[in-house]
Write a protein that binds this ligand. Structure first.
Ligand code: PFF
Length: 453
């Protein structure tokens, strides 16, 4: 195993370190950019309700299953399945995970680049004093231009590659541990400001009052996909991270805490955004730009808003970075352990090839806007294919592997840390991974494809 892996393993020194590292992967643009825009487009409270259901019933068991696989195999996802199920096709899940990581990085880094642009615009004071219409125009102009979004993409990709090459140094872990709680606090401040804007209450109503008539097959699939995306599950990221967890850590409890923290950040982002959308006269369904249009409007109405704005977009960029490194790590761990590349070569090769797809993705709002796959531009196609199809399919096979294939004794052993822990929840966990989660995922697929009604 490479030095990098032992470097990461060293740093997972206790419960807090495990939770912080996995939460670093889970909490990111998925919570603060993607969740609010999907809630806005998919009927508000009804989406939130289904999302939370998916997180609790499917997300926690998939996350725990990934931890079990990773910790018992001590390998990357592909290698882990090959070791635990030799000669069987389960390792294809690992290959699908690498492919998903490749595509997710392309569109995720695109949005991370937007965040850097908004960090820069905050620094120069350009976001202040603008109306909602002006902020919308500014976002659209930026998105459709060719140079700046590509530049920010490349810069962000370089940061990610640099960290992966040089190892997740103690310093970075230390900073994220301080900065993530800070991001959390800042979100709470934003929530308070947003809620106290005149007319903001309508946003809370939109977020928390489910209108059941709005539930459609499409919304259910979107909520399922978002729960996987937000928790970083379904593609083996947490198999890789699971291999760095110490044997005496309680896997189920860790999965529970991480899931709770992740869902909380998403809900806080919703509470920060929707009251402001209604108070400032925007449309909740305005799509991928929602966060970047609404948040500057809130900062503008805060004392020291320009300072908050700089800090917020900086923290959001860092939250995105702790997620992109976990995605790139999936590809790099595979290339290093399976194709025997050096860590540096693997990182450069992976980053360069992601960048080719990424630059086309960035430009799919501009010069490549005419490329359309299944009626979507490349960005939205990659987002749909990975979150709504590949991650749930990966998750389906991961829970089935633990529920139906993997040795019950070894599973018990992982969940009780070799008999140290009580494991009273194990029967519930087994029931869910055997029956509930696979049936629920399969149902959502068949229902959203129109095969069952
Ligand atoms: N969970 C991350 C977020 O919500 O921003 C995105 C992500 C990271 C997805 C890692 C998938 C993954 F493997």
């Amino acid at each position: 195993m490479s030095n990098q892996i032992s470097a990461i393993r060293d740093s997972f020194s206790g419960r807090f370190a495990v939770v912080a590292a996995v939460a670093g992967s889970a909490v990111g643009l998925g919570n603060i950019w993607r969740f609010p825009y999907l809630v806005g487009q998919n009927g508000g409270g009804a989406f939130l309700l289904i999302y939370l259901l998916c997180v609790a019933v499917i997300g926690i068991p998939v996350m725990t299953s990934e931890f079990i696989i990773g910790r018992s195999a001590q390998l990357n996802p592909y290698g882990a399945f090959k070791k635990l199920a030799p000669g069987k096709p389960w390792c294809l899940i690992g290959i699908m995970g690498v492919a998903a990581a490749f595509m997710i990085l392309a569109f995720y880094t695109t949005v991370a680049g937007w965040t850097l642009e908004y960090f820069y615009q905050s620094l120069t004071g350009n976001l202040m004093g603008k109306t909602d219409t002006e902020l919308t125009g500014m976002f659209d102009d930026f998105l459709s231009s060719s140079f700046r979004p590509v530049l920010w993409f490349v810069i962000f990709m370089c940061f990610t590659a640099y960290i992966i090459i040089s190892g997740v140094k103690k310093g970075i872990e230390k900073y994220t541990k301080i900065m993530m709680p800070f991001l959390f606090l800042l979100l709470i401040v934003l929530c308070i400001r947003s809620l106290t804007l005149p007319g903001g209450k309508a946003g809370l109503h939109f977020l928390f009052h489910p209108d059941f008539s709005k539930i459609t097959p499409k919304i259910i699939l979107e909520a399922l996909g978002q729960s996987f995306f937000s928790l970083s599950v379904g593609m083996g990221t947490l198999i890789t991270y699971g291999s760095y967890i110490k044997k005496d850590e309680n896997l189920l409890a860790s999965a529970g805490y991480i899931t709770l923290a992740d869902a909380l950040v998403a809900v806080l982002a919703g509470i920060a955004i929707f009251p402001a959308v209604f108070a400032l006269g925007g449309s909740p369904a305005s799509g991928t730009g929602l966060t970047y249009i609404v948040l500057p409007g809130i900062f503008d109405k805060m004392p020291m808003g320009s300072v908050f704005s700089v800090v917020f977009f900086l923290l959001l960029s860092i939250a995105a970075l702790t997620s992109t490194i976990s995605v790139l790590e999936v590809i790099v761990a595979y290339l290093v352990e399976e194709l025997k590349m050096s860590r540096k070569k693997a990182t450069v090769a992976a980053s360069l090839s992601v960048s080719v797809l990424g630059v086309i993705t960035v430009l799919s709002f501009g010069v490549f806007g005419n490329i359309s796959i299944l009626d979507r531009n490349l960005f939205s196609f990659l987002e749909f294919l990975t979150s709504n199809i590949m991650l749930p399919v990966g998750g389906l096979f991961i829970v089935m592997f633990i529920g139906w294939f993997y040795s019950r004794d070894l599973t018990n052993d992982e969940l009780t840390s070799g008999g140290l822990l009580k494991g009273s929840l194990i029967p519930v966990f087994i029931f869910i991974v055997k029956f509930v989660a696979p049936v629920a995922i399969a149902f959502v697929f068949l229902y959203s494809l129109g095969i069952i009604r």
